[in-house]
Design a protein around this ligand. Structure first.
Ligand SMILES: *[C@@H]1O[C@H](CO)[C@@H](O)[C@H](O)[C@H]1NC(C)=O
Length: 210
């Protein structure tokens, strides 16, 4: 009896965990690195993750190629998505993207952020989408979306979460808080066990009863 209970408990938690992805606690020293199988983020991507923090600054996600890079980060309490994609002619200027939340998001509540680049539009006559959508705990949404393909973006795995081992200057400050339910929605990949974890611990994701 107990065994059956244990097994069903494992199934319930095991499956929901597999579906939602783990939660990690970051203290400002640690980061994760993901090399997801069968995921190609070179041309297009659709990240989704949920975080909670009190800090005004910190890096949530970072990925790069030989010339391009993209980052989701906090600066002054606001959430930013930045895509760096210099023009191929080398005549200055970048054809990337820059998005910033209206509201501060470092109020110790769960915020879900979705960031996409070259995402297929719903209507075929439209250009691909780039942007950032925030959803707060109460379901309130804030959308920052543009139409327009970003050409020649070359960004590769790994995807860094909460920091990197690179010197990214002020923007690379490591994140303090919790990050959970990370995924790449175009491939359906869930970020489970990281390829590299510098020491971040799992958090207990206890939601208050509704
Ligand atoms: C926390 O911040 C989010 C995003 O700005 C906002 O939607 C939410 O209402 C805030 N919650 C509280 C409790 O202040």
């Amino acid at each position: 009896m107990f065994l059956i209970f244990t097994i069903s408990l494992f199934l319930v938690f095991g499956l929901s965990e597999a579906k939602k992805g783990p939660c990690f606690n970051f203290n400002g020293n640690d980061y994760l690195k993901y090399r997801l199988e069968n995921v190609d983020i070179a041309h297009n991507v659709w990240y989704k993750l949920t975080f909670k923090t009190e800090q005004e600054n910190g890096l949530l996600l970072y990925a790069e190629g030989s010339h391009d890079y993209e980052a989701i980060f906090l600066r002054g309490g606001k959430l930013h998505y930045f895509l760096f994609n210099p023009s191929s002619h080398g005549v200055g200027g970048t054809f990337g993207g820059q998005f910033k939340s209206d509201a501060k998001v470092n109020n110790e509540t769960w915020i879900t952020v979705e960031v996409f680049r070259n995402r297929e539009p719903k209507l075929m006559q439209n250009d691909p989408l780039i942007g950032m959508v925030l959803t707060s705990e109460d379901g309130e949404k804030e959308k920052h979306i543009e139409y327009g393909a970003r050409h020649d973006v070359q960004i590769v795995l790994p995807i860094y979460i909460a920091g990197t081992n690179k010197d990214l200057g002020a923007g690379g400050q490591k994140f303090v808080g919790q990050i959970k339910d990370m995924r790449e929605k175009l491939s359906g990949a869930v970020f489970n066990e990281p390829t590299w974890n510098s020491g971040a611990l799992r958090c207990l994701d206890i939601r208050p009863a509704q």
